[in-house]
Design a protein around this ligand. Sequence first.
Ligand SMILES: Nc1ncnc2c1ncn2[C@@H]1O[C@H](COP(=O)(O)OP(=O)(O)OP(=O)(O)O)[C@@H](O)[C@H]1O
Ligand SMILES: [Mg+2]
Length: 252
Amino acid sequence: MEYLLQMINISKTFGEVQSLRNVNFEVGYNEVVGLLGDNGAGKSTLVKIITGYHRPDPGGQIFWKGQPVDVMTVAKARELGIEVVYQERALADQQSLWRNIFMGRELCHRFGVLDVEKMRRETARLMQSHMGFTSKAITPDSTVKTMSGGERQGVAIVRALYFQAELIILDEPTMGLSLSETRKALDFVKGIKEAGKSAIFIDHNIFHVYPVADRIVVLDRGQVKGQFLKDQITLDELIAKLQHVAQTGRLE
Ligand SMILES: Nc1ncnc2c1ncn2[C@@H]1O[C@H](COP(=O)(O)OP(=O)(O)OP(=O)(O)O)[C@@H](O)[C@H]1O
Ligand SMILES: [Mg+2]
């Protein structure tokens, strides 16, 4: 079976600390993978290896669409269509919505003149079709600083989809969000699935991960302790398994 992303035997050591130990991890085409684990389990380290920010220890392999990636760099990851959405750093607060959507990838007329009207129009279209912004209060010219955490999250995800990201990684996107904002953010994750793309969704909270994930991978102290297809485990069963892992470090 070919995966969108496949990581084999990935380890990462920082001095005395081994953050990841012989991790096998994969993401399928059009699959949302929930990555669960306590503080320090190694979730963000795994993400940083996928995005080329950290180099793994020698001995591991990374494949993208079945092809080996010799060295994953930040530039390589971007070229492949891997995007990370962070809650806070995602957007420029003082800038308008349309500027945020097209930042660094502006649409231009000939001779490099910005096509502001087209960017505004496209933003308005995306707001309706993908972001579910029905409120008249928010327009393409609104500044991002007036928007809620969940709405910002949505803008960052829609931007990634618009620019054809194949794999969108969300590292604790619901951190610090209210309940209703969290629901909004989770809806955007469902939008990734509906758009036919893949995602890795990281969160401490099983109640956030379970509803949106196709598969759930449990990381504990740098190791994959188990994985479950959502269709094959109920939320209650999963909670019991996680408690067992937390107490014993083992799945069974
Ligand atoms: N740059 C680094 N230098 C040294 N140690 C690091 C570094 N990055 C991570 N670690 C260590 O690796 C381990 C895993 O950290 P990581 O950030 O991947 O965990 P996490 O699962 O994302 O945790 P959290 O849920 O708190 O975000 C921790 O013990 C952490 O201290
Ligand atoms: Mg983390």
